[in-house]
Design a protein around this ligand. Sequence first.
Ligand code: SF4
Length: 115
Amino acid sequence: MVLNIVKNATCTFCGCVCDDIELHADEYRITQAKKACMLGKAWFLNHTAEQLYPDALIDGKEVSVDQAVEAAAELLDQADMPLIYGMSNITCEAQREAVALGERLGGVVDSHTSL
Ligand code: SF4
């Protein structure tokens, strides 16, 4: 059995975004989430460690991440009013990048809290 250990993993379950979680995983499942609270443990332990999907798809076909980023950039560049939406389960640094992208595109930024 293979044991993978990831130190300083980030939990994005709630807004605290704890980034000192130690994850232990076999080929299929995360088996331990050290330093995570009860909610974080439940969240991590119910995720599989196996890769279910390719890293990137375009029209249902597997492509490289670089190809997918290029295609996304073209779509965003052509959009009249792109919406940067979501961001509830990402880090502050990723939120900062999302807002910068929205400003650069002249788009709109919104989060799930507007629902
Ligand atoms: S470990 Fe617990 S407190 Fe920390 S982000 Fe995850 S759910 Fe929130």
